[in-house]
Structure formats: structure tokens, C-alpha cells
Design a protein around this ligand. Structure first.
Ligand SMILES: NC(=O)c1ccc[n+]([C@@H]2O[C@H](COP(=O)([O-])OP(=O)(O)OC[C@H]3O[C@@H](n4cnc5c(N)ncnc54)[C@H](O)[C@@H]3O)[C@@H](O)[C@H]2O)c1
Length: 321
């Protein structure tokens, strides 16, 4: 049975992954860490340690004290924030990663960290982007992700660390709001549809990006981590996706449930430029062939579920509690 340490556990992915991992491996087998603590169930429902991932000594001590054999490294600055604070992004995204890889090497841990569609750039083929292709991103986040993929490969080849990674598209979820990415609009649109019946998109109509619903992302992480090492060729990192969508497509799907829903556009040039440097759709066939990746949710089923869950979250009876 794995004993897992998660960094950045209170973020959009971590807050849901933690719950799922505790269901699968047991509460005491999953040690949550983050630079902050809040009073959420996650922070209170099992082992939790405050950890700044740039503090290598403390990371090592926590991992050793809890005798972990697996590290899931999530703490990072996301694309839009990283572009606004590039030096901070470099220090956190690369410094945190190398610290986590060093702990994995010293304690012989299995290792997972997410890459992103941000690891591609304007010279990458835009449609059905292959697993192996040109990666010359023009954002600091993208530079970090490509360097991170290479560093994880390096730790595998040089030191035998069992590193595995996934290039996630924009992840859509209703538990924890996203933390400053370019695809955040695709989450906000559902919240605003439920709360106000209208949304102003900072991404231009007709801009396609890949997306995936959080339950599929969690399943993908666990499936890849459990896959037999002999099956895996690419390691860092696998393309995965569930849908390629533009803002107006999400809006028209929402209108099937909320007919009066309105969308307007007030484009943010900074995030639009990042979106335009990314692929329109990526090819997940290597993940499918090597470890059986399959997304369950499409735009229709995800929209129904998001609206149902958010309506419950923001219904007057729930809000009054
Ligand atoms: N959410 C997405 O759509 C998406 C898509 C592709 C890749 N990813 C990647 O997945 C990973 C997790 O993303 P997320 O969406 O959960 O991010 P998030 O911004 O929601 O959460 C990041 C967490 O890291 C914590 N953190 C920040 N600085 C820290 C530090 N110095 N030490 C320790 N913790 C710190 C924050 O408190 C936060 O809880 C990142 O590597 C991100 O690039 C996310």
C-alpha cells in the first residue's frame, strides 16, 4: 500500500485528489502539505503539515518522518500568475520541483508531477498535437513545464527515480476555485451561470483549448501511478484530454439548462495571448495505448454535473447553513 506525500494539497487539484487518495489508500496513508492551512475538511481530516516547497530541508524531514514512498508534487504558480510574476514562478516552479525530486531520489520514492498543455508553444502543431513534437513555449509557465518534463526524465534515466507525469488541459471542477490559470474562464462561467445567469469572458469567442472534468483527471493520476512500469514508454509527460472547446460552445451547452444565460466578451490581452500560443486540441493516444487512459465526461455530461453540483452549493438552503 502506497504512503503518499502531496504538496500544494489545498489547491484546485490537491483538494479533490487528497480525498480520492484517502478513499483508495486510507486516511493515514496520505500526508497533505501546503504553504498555508485553512479550516477545510481536507486540512483537518488526516495528516497535514505546513510546507513551503522551496524549503528542501523541511520537505525531506516531513517525507522521512512519515516514511512516504510516493510524492505527488502539485505546488506551483499557474500560467496567468506566472506570466505576471515570472521570477517568482521560476523560483517556485523549478526550485520546488528539484527539491521534491531530490527527496524522491534520497528516499527512493515514486514521483508524480503534472505538466500542462502550456508546455507547447506557437510553433507546435495546433491541431491534434502529437505526444512528441516541437515544444518552444513563449510563457514562463511553459518554460517551467518543459524544463520540468526534462528534469523528471533526467531523474529517471540518471538516478532510476520512477517519475511519471501528465500534460493536463484546463481542469474544470466545482470544489476549489482554480488558482490563476488561462483556462479558469471555463470554471468561472459555470459559477456565474448559477449565481448570476450571465458571464463576461476574458477569452475571445472562437478560441479553442482542451479541457477535462476533475473526476477524469483524478482517475488519470491514479491509473498512471498504478500502471506497470514495463508498459510505460513516455513517462514525462503524457498528453490527455477530454474535449476541445471555445467559450461560446460552453455557453450554448449551459443554455440547454439555463435558457436565459448570457455571455459577453471583454478580452484580457495577456491571457488571450497565452491561449493563442497553446494547441487547439491535443492527441492523447500514447496515454490511451500505454496505460489505458479514457475520459468519461464530455462537454454535455460535464455541464449537467457542474450545474447540478453548483446549484446545490449555492441553493438558498445550503447557503444559509
Ligand atoms: N488546474 C489546472 O487546470 C491545471 C492544468 C494543468 C496543469 N496543472 C498543474 O497542476 C498542479 C496543481 O495545480 P492546481 O490547479 O491545483 O494549482 P492551485 O493554484 O489551485 O494550487 C496550488 C497550491 O500550491 C500552494 N502553494 C503555493 N506556493 C507554495 C509553496 N511555496 N509551497 C507549498 N505550497 C505552495 C497553494 O497554496 C495552493 O494550495 C500545478 O503544477 C499546475 O501547473 C493544473
Amino acid at each position: 500500500m502506497k504512503k503518499i506525500l502531496i504538496t500544494g494539497a489545498l489547491g484546485q487539484i490537491g483538494s479533490e485528489l487528497l480525498v480520492k487518495l484517502r478513499e483508495v489508500y486510507g486516511t493515514d496513508h496520505v500526508v497533505a502539505t501546503d504553504i498555508r492551512k485553512n479550516d477545510s475538511e481536507i486540512a483537518l481530516s488526516g495528516p497535514f503539515e505546513i510546507l513551503d516547497v522551496t524549503d528542501s530541508k523541511r520537505m525531506f524531514e516531513i517525507a522521512k518522518n512519515h516514511q512516504v514512498d510516493t510524492i505527488i508534487h502539485l505546488a506551483a504558480l499557474l500560467s496567468a500568475t506566472a506570466e505576471a510574476k515570472p521570477l517568482l514562478a521560476w523560483n517556485l516552479n523549478m526550485g520546488g520541483l528539484v527539491n521534491a525530486l531530490e527527496v524522491a531520489r534520497e528516499l527512493s520514492c515514486q514521483f508524480f508531477t503534472p505538466s500542462s498543455i502550456g508546455a507547447f508553444g506557437p510553433t507546435t502543431p495546433k491541431e491534434n498535437t502529437p505526444q512528441e513534437t516541437i515544444q518552444r513555449p513563449t510563457t514562463m509557465y511553459g518554460v517551467n513545464k518543459v524544463a520540468g518534463e526534462l528534469l523528471c526524465d533526467y531523474y529517471f534515466h540518471k538516478f532510476g527515480v520512477d517519475t511519471r507525469g501528465i500534460r493536463f488541459p484546463g481542469l474544470i471542477s466545482y470544489v476549489t476555485p482554480p488558482g490563476g490559470g488561462t483556462t479558469d474562464y471555463a470554471v468561472e462561467i459555470y459559477y456565474e451561470a448559477v449565481k448570476r445567469g450571465k458571464y463576461t469572458s476574458y477569452i475571445e469567442k472562437g478560441t479553442f483549448m482542451d479541457m477535462m472534468y476533475m473526476p477524469d483527471a483524478l482517475k488519470a493520476i491514479i491509473t498512471l501511478m498504478e500502471a506497470n512500469a514495463a508498459q510505460i514508454k513516455h513517462r514525462n509527460a503524457f498528453n490527455v484530454t477530454a474535449m476541445s472547446v471555445a467559450p461560446e460552445m460552453i455557453a450554448s451547452e449551459i443554455r440547454k439548462h439555463i435558457p436565459e444565460f448570457e455571455i459577453e466578451y471583454h478580452v484580457d490581452p495577456a491571457r488571450q495571448a497565452i491561449a493563442e500560443s497553446w494547441p487547439n486540441s491535443i492527441d492523447p493516444s500514447a496515454a490511451r495505448e500505454e496505460w489505458g487512459f479514457a475520459a468519461e465526461y464530455n462537454l454535455q455530461t460535464m455541464t449537467s454535473d457542474m450545474l447540478e453540483k453548483l446549484s446545490k452549493k449555492y441553493s438558498p438552503s445550503t447557503m444559509a447553513k
